[in-house]
Design a protein around this ligand. Structure first.
Ligand code: CP3
Length: 352
């Protein structure tokens, strides 16, 4: 087998985004936005009227077009692959559907040791369409623009499998976690095996970095996080190919950030419920941070947006290692021109 080329030889290695992930000096603060490719863009909505969401995800050609179009339309410093967190649930044997009313649903919900046992180990090739999309997108992108791959953290994925969809209180998840820790650990270990491979294969196909989304981890107490989740997330991050930045992200998780940082990640993603400066001080200078504008700032008038962008940048204080982002995804009602303005503002206001 030929050895993978060193990440340092890639044309995107010296981009502002990758430099910031490595905490190197940058000429301006790089910015990209979670959900930058999505329903707030009219071109995406038009495409979606003709094509179901899962069909889009499974078409490398369309994925590549959406991914590159979105990054260029807003002038972002990185593209994120158009895809979804829940795709690995299909080869595990679950039925995955996206409905307008409820969002994603998974059936049957996985709530017992037997149903966890019955989940299939994911066949390495069953998600080839994702890696093919990474390869094609990489070829169609400007060669110095980084491409971010992603996947779900074990807790957030487990919560979808167990609840069967989104949840407010995660009662089924916690019932299984507290009631049958053996089954819980078996489920998370299975998800770690699947996700390690899923993320490594995105990196090997040409992703420049990966983001591990633990979007719903904020529902846990620090003590439950340490007991039931941290060892699994740590195993996932430790299993990833070295030399590529890993962004570790959660929301509503102010009380867990130190523990999440301890689980791993080159960059810790912050939501808007924390002060970036104080939180970075707590995490320490030897980690990069991403964030953390409230997505609703894009719905306010331009004066408010400008004030908030400058506040976040001032809190980062030109320290090496800040990647500008929202604290969570772009909301569907956002105006594209506002997003473009946000990217320009970050660049203009942070030029060193
Ligand atoms: O631009 C990007 O950020 C890349 C694309 C992306 C999508 N999903 C596309 C998508 C990414 C990174 C995701 C990750 C994802 N998917 C997460 C973690 C991110 C987060 O929000 O915390 C989660 C929890 C999911 C699961 C998921 N997929 C949900 C909850 C939903 C429905 C919510 C919604 O916004 O409708 C989806 C569907 C989905 N994923 C859409 C898109 C563009 C909307 C599909 C549509 O067009 O109807």
């Amino acid at each position: 087998m030929t050895q993978a080329p060193s990440p340092a030889s890639n044309p995107w290695h010296d981009s502002a985004f990758l430099k910031a992930c490595r905490r190197e000096a940058v000429p301006y603060t790089p910015v990209w936005l979670m959900r930058q490719a999505g329903r707030y863009m009219k071109e995406y909505r038009e495409l979606r009227e003709k094509t179901p969401f899962l069909r889009l995800c499974k078409s490398p050609q369309l994925v590549s077009e959406i991914t590159v179009f979105a990054a260029e339309r807003i002038g972002a410093d990185a593209a994120i692959l158009f895809s979804d967190l829940l795709l690995p649930a299909q080869p595990m044997g679950l039925k995955l559907e996206y409905t307008k009313e409820e969002g994603p649903t998974l059936t049957p919900a996985v709530r017992s040791a037997e149903s966890i046992d019955a989940l299939k180990e994911v066949d390495p090739d069953s998600l080839n369409y994702v890696y093919e999309a990474v390869r094609l997108t990489r070829r169609e992108m400007p060669s110095n623009l980084p491409l971010i791959g992603f996947g779900g953290a074990p807790f957030t994925l487990a919560s979808y499998l167990i609840e069967g969809g989104h949840s407010r209180n995660y009662e089924h998840t916690k019932t299984l976690m507290y009631g049958d820790p053996g089954a819980w650990n078996a489920l998370l270990a299975k998800l770690v095996r699947c996700q390690t491979q899923f993320l490594n294969r995105q990196l090997r196909a040409g992703a420049s970095a990966v983001q591990v989304f633990d979007s719903w981890v904020g529902t846990l107490s620090p003590s439950d996080y340490r007991t039931f989740v941290q060892p699994h997330t740590r195993a996932l991050i430790e299993g990833l190919d070295g030399g590529h930045p890993v962004i570790h992200f959660g929301t509503g998780n102010a009380g867990l950030l130190a523990e999440m940082r301890a689980a791993g990640g080159t960059v810790i993603g912050l939501d808007w419920r924390v002060d970036l400066d104080r939180t970075w001080d707590q995490l320490g200078p030897d980690v990069a941070v991403m964030g953390n504008l409230d997505p609703c700032a894009l719905l306010a008038d331009e004066a408010h947006l400008e004030k908030e962008v400058k506040r976040v940048l001032a809190q980062a204080g030109n320290r090496p290692g800040h990647v500008f982002n929202l604290g969570h995804g772009v909301l569907p009602q956002t105006q594209v021109d506002r997003v473009r303005r946000l990217v320009d503002l970050v660049h203009e206001s942070s030029r060193r």
